[in-house]
Design a protein around this ligand. Structure first.
Ligand SMILES: Nc1nc2c(ncn2[C@@H]2O[C@H](COP(=O)(O)OP(=O)(O)OP(=O)(O)O)[C@@H](O)[C@H]2O)c(=O)[nH]1
Ligand SMILES: [Mg+2]
Length: 345
């Protein structure tokens, strides 16, 4: 990537302090010309690290022991919490037949068989936890009296954010891409936690902080692009630059429309700030297999060729079908330092 050629950088370079609102206006304009608007009809069916800009190595600290999907044998127990959708809990997923199980737990791997021979699938398996790690992560996301999962507060300014006491992850992306829905799916084993979602883009206006016991915090961000809040740029830029307990940023991209101009601006911002981030493809239940493959391969290629701070493995999720949600819980637990066996591997 050559930031100096980007509209974002041109704006930033020419901007005096306080002029970043220009970027916001630009972003809105870009979203108006996007291939599909945030809520336009879509085809149916179908630690802040020590070296944040360095790409995680294909093996070593970021890698977990491979676990064939076939290891995921049905087990009894692990009842779904009251009010939780069935596939929210691993125990229920494990009862499914193997192919469907793989599709829910490792959606990216499920796509592999449709790729042309010779396609580099190594990035598909960089984070491939075993059953024990998946279960341990799930336990973190299951609330009980000794382990409350709570909404903490909302903020539009840094001096209103909760103290940066715990490791933190945040979710950013275009308005309507499915940030709040994904967080709701992650917290589906703590149904008392209310995460508001809406089909109207621009619903989330503040940074919403949630606390997972004494282990980590998770932040639902307002969306960029169409109907972004007025103070989006100041709020989010300040957060990303100043939040020293931020361990990883999840950049959500719509699985149906793929990377948009505004997503490229977000990537350039993260690269420029040296923020380690991960791309997550959302709403995969709405994309046909062909479209999903096209978007996955395009993004993998873009990440490989044009980014430095992005984890090379793309995460695929559906907040409706719970695909990829268990794996993402495990990755969040991992990057916040809550999976000791994974860290040691
Ligand atoms: N089919 C499907 N719809 C989804 C999925 N995730 C979110 N949606 C829908 O997409 C719309 C937007 O979801 P939100 O989670 O509110 O999106 P957001 O990114 O938080 O949006 P803002 O707060 O406006 O930035 C809602 O109508 C959701 O039901 C998914 O995985 N599959
Ligand atoms: Mg939202």
């Amino acid at each position: 990537m050559c930031p100096s050629n980007s509209a974002y950088s041109v704006i930033l370079q020419t901007a005096r302090p306080g002029q970043h609102l220009r970027l916001l206006r630009w972003m809105r304009k870009a979203s108006a010309h996007a291939v599909a608007g945030p809520d336009s009809p879509r085809p149916a069916g179908g630690s802040r690290g020590t070296a944040p800009l360095s790409r995680p190595p294909p093996s070593g600290a970021g890698r977990v022991p491979p676990a064939a999907a076939g290891m995921l044998l049905p087990r009894a127990g692990g009842a779904v919490g009251r009010g939780s959708p069935p596939l929210a809990a691993l125990s229920h997923v494990l009862r499914l037949e193997r192919s469907r199980r793989t599709g829910i737990v490792f959606p990216l791997q499920k796509l592999e068989r449709y790729l042309a021979p010779g396609t580099d699938t190594a990035p598909f398996r960089l984070f491939q936890p075993g059953l024990t790690a998946l279960q341990r992560a799930e336990a973190l996301f299951r609330s009980d009296r000794g382990h409350p999962i709570d909404y903490v507060s909302s903020a539009v300014r840094m001096d209103h954010t909760p103290p940066p006491a715990l490791p933190e992850v945040c979710f950013i992306g275009r308005s309507n891409v499915g940030k709040s829905s994904l967080i709701r799916a992650l917290f589906s084993l703590a149904p008392e936690v209310e995460v508001r979602v809406s089909k109207t883009p621009g619903h989330t206006k503040k940074m919403n902080f949630f606390k997972v016991g004494k282990y980590f915090t998770l932040v639902d961000m307002p969306g960029y692009g169409y109907r972004a809040p007025q103070d989006f740029v100041e709020m989010v830029e300040a957060y990303l630059q100043e939040r020293h307990n931020l361990k990883r940023t999840f950049l959500l991209v719509d699985g149906v429309v793929g990377l948009q101009k505004t997503d490229h601006i977000a990537v350039e911002m993260l690269e420029e700030f040296g923020i380690p981030y991960v791309m997550v493809l959302t709403k995969i239940d709405r994309a046909s297999r062909g479209l999903l493959l096209k978007n996955v391969l395009e993004i993998q290629e873009f990440v490989k060729e044009s980014t430095q701070g992005c984890f090379p493995q793309l995460f695929l999720v559906s907040a409706v079908e719970f695909s990829g949600v268990h794996l993402l819980r495990c990755f969040v637990a991992h990057v916040t330092g809550n999976l000791p066996t994974v860290e040691a591997s």
